[in-house]
Design a protein around this ligand. Sequence first.
Ligand code: HEM
Length: 418
Amino acid sequence: MPELFTWEFATDPYPAYAWLREHAPVRWTRLPSGVEAWLVTRYAEAREALADGRLSKNPVHHAEDPRARGKTGIPGERGADLMTHLLNIDPPDHTRLRRLVSKAFTPRRVAQFAPRVAELTDRFIDGFAGRGQADLIHEFAFPLPIHAICDLLGVPAEDQDDFRAWAGMMIRHGGGPRGGVARSVKRMRAYLVELIERKRDDPGDDLISGLIRASDHGEQLTGNEAAAMAFILLFAGFETTVNLIGNGVHTLLGHPAERRRLQESLARGESALLETAVEELLRHDGPVELATWRYATAPLTIGGRAIAAGDPVLVVLAAADRDPARFEGPDTLDLARRDNPHLGYGHGIHYCLGAPLARLEARTALAALLTRLPDLRLAVDPGELRWRGGLIMRGLRTLPVEFGAETPAGVQHKDTGR
Ligand code: HEM
C-alpha cells in the first residue's frame, strides 16, 4: 500500500490512486486531520456515489467526528453564517436554491461576459509580457478569476481592492493563522450583506442584482441566502479556476508535442481542439482532486463494501478520471480526446454550476498565453515545483516561467481584440 498524503504523493498522486483503484477501490482511510472516511477511486462507483441521494451533503449527518463538519474546502465558512450554501445542503432546499441561482447565473450571462474575460486576460499578460519571466500563478492564474468574479457579481470598482484582499487572505492563508482568515470571512460577509441591501434599492445588470430579482413560484432568496450564494460562487469558482489554469499550463509544458498541436490549431484560427483540450486537461490533472464531503444517511454498499449510516464518503475524482476501465490510455494526454465523460466538474445534482464560466476563463487564458508567448517554458527544474497540500484541491504554489519577446502575431491578436 503506497503512502498517501506525503510530499511525494502531493507531487504525483496518480501511482497511489492506480494502486487503490486496483487493490482497494473503496477504502476506509485516516486523513491527515485524523478524521476517517471512505475513499472511492473507481470511475463506475465514483459516478454512482456522486448521484446517490442516500449520500447527504449536510454535515449534520456525520456520525462521529465534529472536526469533519463543514469541510467543503472553503476556509472559515463555519460560524460565519455562510454555511447554508449549495454544497452543504440536500433536496428539497438544494433544489429550491439551485433553481433560483440558475435563473440568474445563466449560460447567456456567461457568454455576454466573454469580452471582459478576454480584456482581463490581455491586461494581466501585458503586465509581464515584456519582462521575459513571470510567476504564472501569482501574476496570472490568481488575479484573473478574482477580477472576473468581482465584475460578474457586481462588486463596484472602488470596493474591489478590499474584496480581493479578503478573498486572497482566505485562499492564500487557508492553513495559516486562524484569526486572519476568520476576520476576512466576517468582513466579506458583512460587506456582501450590505452590498445586497444597496442593490435591492439600486439594482444593476450584475449577478447579485440577478440573484435578488430571481424568483420561483413567488419565492425569492432571503438576504442571508443571497449572501451565502455570492460567497459560494466566489469560493467554488476562485481557487478552482486558479488551479485549472495553473495545472493546465503545467501539463502543457510537460507535453511539448500536444502543446505544439494546440498552438498550430490556434494559429489556424480553430477552436475545436481548444475546447476538447480544456476538458482533457481537467481529466488528466484537474483542480478538484476529491469531491466535497458526503455522509451516508442509511446503510449502503459501494463497490461491495458496507458503508454505515453516518460514515463520510470522499469520491476521488482524480483517480476516477484515470480509470482504465473507462478511459483508453488514461495516463496519456490526448488533447483531441472525444470520448471524455470526466468527473472533473462532478456529477448529479451538485454538478458544477460554474462550468460554463470555468470553460470560458480556461479557454481564453490558455489561448492567449500560447498565442502571445509561443515559446513559454518552465524557468525551474520540474522537480523544484511545489504543490499545495490541501485535501480537496490540487494546485501549484508557484509556476515560474520564462519566454522570449512577444510575437508579432501575438501582438496583432491582442490589437484586434480577437
Ligand atoms: C475552474 C474549474 C472548476 C472546477 C474543476 C469545478 C469543479 C466543481 C465540482 C467537482 C463540483 C461538485 C462538487 C461535489 O459534488 O462535491 C462543483 C460544484 C460547484 N461549482 Fe464548480 N468548479 C469550477 C469552477 C467553478 C466556477 C467558476 C464557479 C462559479 C463562479 C463554480 C461554482 C460551483 C458551485 C456553486 C457548485 C455547487 C453546485 C451545487 O452544489 O449544486 N465552479 N464544481
